[in-house]
Design a protein around this ligand. Structure first.
Ligand code: SF4
Length: 215
């Protein structure tokens, strides 16, 4: 069977509560839209409009292949896909908010909105960005050369002002961690192991699923 898995959904299931795999993929429960998600979508639309105003000249093949040339890739233009075979064919799908190449390194940038300042990104966000980095290196490395990939999570307030900026290299350790999570996700989906409950009433309280396993 072919299983399409949005990367954001995979990251939420593995970074927040694995029971969501059962809810979303087996039971077909769709989570409610939170205020934060609505604010996030409005901000993305706003940033995309602003990005379209930047004058750009399309990069040549030679420029793409030369890591010394800095690049500013239009927002929301890079789709990524990771295919894995594990009893089913899993297609992890995503779209990168923003990517640039600077001094030979590619930066995969993700914008987040939150009312209150956060000390650091959630595990689910790190997993989602790791997916994008892995997808980018699998899908675009033949066309666009780079030395290393860095992911950056830009936290913004409701007006779009930058509150904090978290950056980390996508290295072997991150890749290993991502692959372990893919395997666990697929085992739960394939009903080989049971999902791990988040074990937190606070998390259940903030969760947008109407779930029978809620604490
Ligand atoms: S309500 Fe609780 S148990 Fe159910 S998916 Fe959400 S966090 Fe997990």
């Amino acid at each position: 069977m072919f299983v399409a898995v949005p990367m954001s959904k995979f990251a939420e299931c593995m970074g927040y509560c694995q029971v969501q795999i059962i809810n979303y993929f087996h039971l077909g429960i769709k989570p409610g839209i939170t205020e934060a998600a609505r604010a996030g979508s409005e901000l993305h639309q706003k940033l995309e409009k602003l990005d379209k105003l930047i004058p750009r000249v399309k990069a040549t093949r030679d420029e793409l292949a030369d890591p010394r040339v800095d690049l500013d890739i239009p927002r929301e233009s890079l789709k990524v896909k990771i295919l894995r075979s594990n009893k089913n064919v899993f297609a992890y799908l995503g779209r990168i908010d923003k990517a640039i190449r600077k001094s030979g390194d590619v930066y995969i940038i993700d914008d987040r909105v939150s009312k209150a300042a956060k000390s650091g990104p959630f595990q689910s966000k790190i997993l989602q960005l790791s997916c994008y980095c892995e997808g980018f290196s699998r899908n675009y490395a033949g066309l666009l050369k780079f030395n290393s990939i860095i992911f950056q999570i830009v936290q913004r307030d409701l007006d779009g002002n930058i509150a904090s900026n978290y950056a980390q290299k996508y290295d072997r350790k991150r890749k290993r961690f991502l692959l372990e999570n893919f395997r666990t996700f697929e085992k739960i989906y394939n009903k080989e192991i049971a999902p791990e409950h988040c074990g937190s009433a606070a998390k259940c309280g903030a969760c947008s699923y109407g779930c029978g396993f809620r604490l």
